[in-house]
Design a protein around this ligand. Structure first.
Ligand SMILES: Cc1cc2nc3c(=O)[nH]c(=O)nc-3n(C[C@H](O)[C@H](O)[C@H](O)COP(=O)(O)OP(=O)(O)OC[C@H]3O[C@@H](n4cnc5c(N)ncnc54)[C@H](O)[C@@H]3O)c2cc1C
Length: 418
């Protein structure tokens, strides 16, 4: 492996991307400092805190699809559907929406699927490597992930199955009877499903994040709990991270603050149409034993994951930026969806809103900034950032160390936005 020596790296963001990048840099003996304005795992609206916990290497198809676009008008005007808009934010989302429309065709959909598959395919083995170093007892459960659907959007289901088949993604199509054999408590309001038996889930995403962060500190990583205001490159080998308190110099810097990364790319003069797909969760305490594995109801755009905190009902997409408050209607929606599949559910707690970082073509941005080669981007992992944390760590540390890779990284470059 031929590498270039990098002396020091500063990372902005201690979500799953930032911590996994930090761990991989330490492996390469690079002095690393992570900045976050909150202690890792306590930032309530960090996406890595409240996600559905799926490790889903099969999820190659995203929402930039002609069939989904066809359903969008119907979904927007329904108050009781998987997609919601906050109208007061729509004017700010125009660049993202235009980009999304441009990418909602068969060719772009297949491009996204191909290049999501390229990195998703290594996502579990990348985690295996770092999970060897922490105790994951009670944090991981390996029982597969199950999707169910009604016959209403069968055309979309058939498309998903075909694209996954074409890419060689393993999947098992199940009948209602087979689904109920796996999950006998479900009310059979669905007509079929698909099972990914090799996928698995976190019983406590924050618990895992904290353990990985502790490992990072144990291995000599530095953490600064400070709010970052800017990241700049001053000379060829010098980048500056400015916080509320001080200025820090590093040879290279990484921007890994998920949906909050846009402020920094704008300061660097790059127009990257990053925005957020807001998502929600609640917990039904003590109800996690009702199901054995995550179940996603595709018609409703929602899922349930058995976790240590209880049964987590999670999902929906709300377009509304970072500042709008939590919507009680969205909470009610996921609670009702959960009760549709498990009518025995009653009280819930822990209403949570989080921000998926999403580009209009549903590919992350991984690689150097266009004009500042020592500032590296690692954000935009949308619905799959939890799955892709360890792999992102490998890719970004490889870029920083100048390692050769067999992956084609060009589709993830920020230069695709001009
Ligand atoms: C409802 C929901 C369900 C999901 N389910 C899944 C799933 O099942 N599987 C999956 O793979 N993915 C899932 N995701 C997506 C996944 O959670 C995200 O893609 C991923 O967590 C993003 O990680 P990140 O490290 O990029 O960002 P984050 O986890 O958001 O971390 C960003 C960090 O940057 C910090 N930060 C921001 N601005 C500053 C600043 N100025 N100074 C210092 N620090 C700053 C924040 O405090 C935060 O800690 C889900 C997301 C949501 C919302």
């Amino acid at each position: 492996m031929s590498t270039v020596k990098c002396e020091s790296v500063g990372i902005v963001g201690a979500g799953i991307q930032g911590v996994c990048i930090g761990l991989q840099l330490l492996k390469r003996n690079i002095k690393t400092t992570i900045f976050d304005n909150q202690d890792p795992g306590t930032g309530r609206n960090m996406a890595s805190y409240g996600n559905a916990g799926h490790f889903s290497p099969y999820a190659v198809l995203q929402l930039n699809r002609p069939d989904v676009l066809y359903d969008v008008p119907k979904m927007i005007f329904s108050t009781n559907g998987p997609l919601a808009l906050r109208w007061n934010y729509m004017h700010k989302m125009i660049p993202w929406i235009l980009g999304y429309l441009k990418n909602c065709n068969k060719k772009s959909m297949l491009h996204t699927a191909k290049y999501m598959h390229q990195i998703l395919d290594h996502s579990l083995s990348a985690y295996d490597e770092i999970f060897e170093e922490i105790d994951t007892t009670n944090l991981l459960e390996k029982k597969g992930i199950l999707y169910v659907w009604t016959n209403q959007n069968l055309k979309s289901r058939k498309l998903e199955i075909k694209v996954r088949n074409d890419l060689g993604v393993k999947q098992k199509i199940l009948t209602v009877k087979e689904i109920l054999e796996l999950e006998p408590n479900l009310k059979p309001v669905f007509s079929g499903g698909v099972y990914f038996d090799y996928a698995y889930h976190a019983r406590d995403p924050v618990g895992i994040l904290k353990k990985l962060f502790d490992l990072y500190i144990k291995k000599g990583g530095i953490f600064k709990k400070e709010n970052v205001n800017s990241v700049n490159q001053s000379t060829l080998n010098k980048t500056i991270i400015k916080t509320d308190n001080a200025e820090y110099n590093f040879e290279k810097s990484v921007i890994a603050c998920g949906a909050f990364s846009k402020k920094f790319t704008e300061q660097l003069g790059e127009k990257i149409p990053l925005d957020t797909e807001r998502g929600y969760h609640v917990h039904f305490e003590g109800m996690d034993k009702l199901i054995s594995r995550p179940i996603i109801f595709l018609d409703r755009g929602f899922g349930m994951t058995p976790m240590n905190q209880g049964l987590r009902a999670v999902g929906t997409v709300e377009l509304g930026g970072l500042k709008n408050p939590l919507s009680k209607k969205r909470i009610k929606y996921i609670v009702n969806c959960a009760k549709e599949l498990l009518p025995q559910l009653e009280e819930y707690k822990d209403e949570w809103l989080g921000f998926r970082p999403t580009l209009p073509d549903f590919l992350p941005v991984l690689g150097p900034s266009k004009n500042n080669k020592n500032i590296i981007y690692a954000f935009g992992h949308h619905h799959l950032g939890w799955t892709l944390g360890a792999m992102t760590g490998k890719i970004i540390s490889g870029i920083i160390s100048g390692e050769k890779t067999n992956l084609d990284l060009s589709p993830y470059s920020s230069s695709r936005f001009g």
